[in-house]
Design a binder for this molecule. Structure first.
Ligand SMILES: [Zn+2]
Length: 366
């Protein structure tokens, strides 16, 4: 039995593919709705701020802190303040480094990127954004909440985000039938809530079910390639930030993602050949992963040194405290000795005085 046949008969692998297909169907059907609404939101911002473009070539540093407004000219500051005012998650990290502020007055997606996770600096159109980016836009931009007004929208969006994370982070590309059913239901529920504003969502259930029913080998192959493209695209976006900008936990997750995909591809030569373009991308991701591992090793080495230094400081502190206690004890002993000497001196003087008086009295009488 060939590798393709084994995958075709692996129900848990097919479940995983069906779930990726569900997310992909949602993303495809969101296109018109998000293109239109992002355009409307942008027009509102332009009317409120200005149609003028920045003449100061403002740029946002990669190191700008997510909870601070970027340092830009007066016009770009107006934009950043307005974008922030429409951000639902006040106080949570905002990925300003996604944006090129000079393009805020002209490009709707440039403004929309404020509401997306990091890693979208070079992305400029709908096709560049993965499911997480689009879902975050709807979740964080208050324009969508004003428009949809469905109770529980936020929770629903979060549940689909969770599905997407579970599916994309699955290390062995498998899923149980029970999980598949639960996950697809969450995606369909979001589709139903969006339907009054996005009529395209009417066909979401049908599109999702196409990926779960009986498939011929040819249909399976076609779907598998699309889903693998989706997976590689997801990892690629996750790596868009340079090494060193990820947290240790995130870096470890990315390393696991690349390793699991690489080892899967090594076992399935037919997929490697069919996805030759994506394999080039995967090879570059593997190199990127090596850089990330180096950066991570440096961070861990620095952390180790820092811990050793903290330990030494604690040891010094303990020694100083012990020494201080010893000094206090000595001082106390010394103090007691001094007191004893003074008392002895006073007693001696008094005895001397009495002796002198006795002598004086004796002289007086005799
Ligand atoms: Zn500017």
């Amino acid at each position: 039995m060939g590798a393709i046949d084994r995958r075709y008969q692996d129900e848990r692998y097919k479940n995983w593919l069906s779930c990726v297909n569900g997310l992909r169907a949602l993303r495809c059907l969101l296109r018109t709705f998000l293109e239109d609404q992002t355009q409307r939101f942008h027009r509102i911002l332009v009317d409120r701020i200005s149609t003028k473009s920045c003449v100061n070539n403002c740029e946002i540093s990669k190191n700008v802190k997510p909870n601070e407004l970027p340092s830009v000219c007066e016009l770009c500051s107006k934009w950043s303040r307005e974008l922030l005012a429409n951000h639902k998650a006040q106080g949570s990290p905002i990925h300003w480094s996604n944006c090129n502020p000079q393009r805020w007055p002209e490009e709707k997606w440039e403004a929309a990127k404020v509401y997306m996770p990091g890693g979208h600096k070079t992305h400029v159109k709908f096709d560049d954004f993965d499911m997480a980016a689009l879902i975050n836009l709807m979740s964080r931009c208050t324009h969508f909440h004003r428009l949809i007004k469905a109770s529980g929208l936020q929770k629903l969006i979060e549940s689909v985000t969770e599905v997407r994370n579970k599916v994309m982070h699955s290390p062995d590309f498998t899923m149980s039938a029970g999980d598949l059913k639960k996950h697809l239901e969450k995606i369909k529920r979001l589709g139903r809530v969006l339907e009054p504003h996005a009529p395209e969502m009417k066909s979401l259930s049908e599109e999702i079910d196409k990926g779960t029913g009986e498939q011929s080998l040819e249909e399976f192959k076609e779907m598998e390639l699309l889903m693998m493209e989706e997976k590689i695209g997801f990892i690629s976006v996750s790596f868009s930030d340079m090494p060193g900008t990820h947290s240790e936990e995130r870096s470890q997750q990315l390393i696991v993602l690349v390793d699991s995909l690489w080892s899967f591809m090594e076992q399935h030569q037919d997929l490697q050949q069919a996805l030759s373009i994506q394999m080039t991308q995967l090879i570059s991701l593997k190199e990127h992963k090596e850089q990330l591992m180096e950066a991570l090793a440096k961070v861990q080495e620095n952390q180790k040194r820092l811990n050793q230094n903290i330990k030494k400081i604690h040891q010094y502190k303990r020694t100083i405290l012990d020494y201080q206690k010893l000094l206090e004890k000595k001082q106390e002993e010394l103090g007691q000795r001094n007191t004893f000497a003074i008392r002895l001196a006073i007693v001696s003087i008094l005895l001397g005085l009495i002796a002198f008086m006795l002598c004086f009295l004796a002289m007086f009488y005799y």
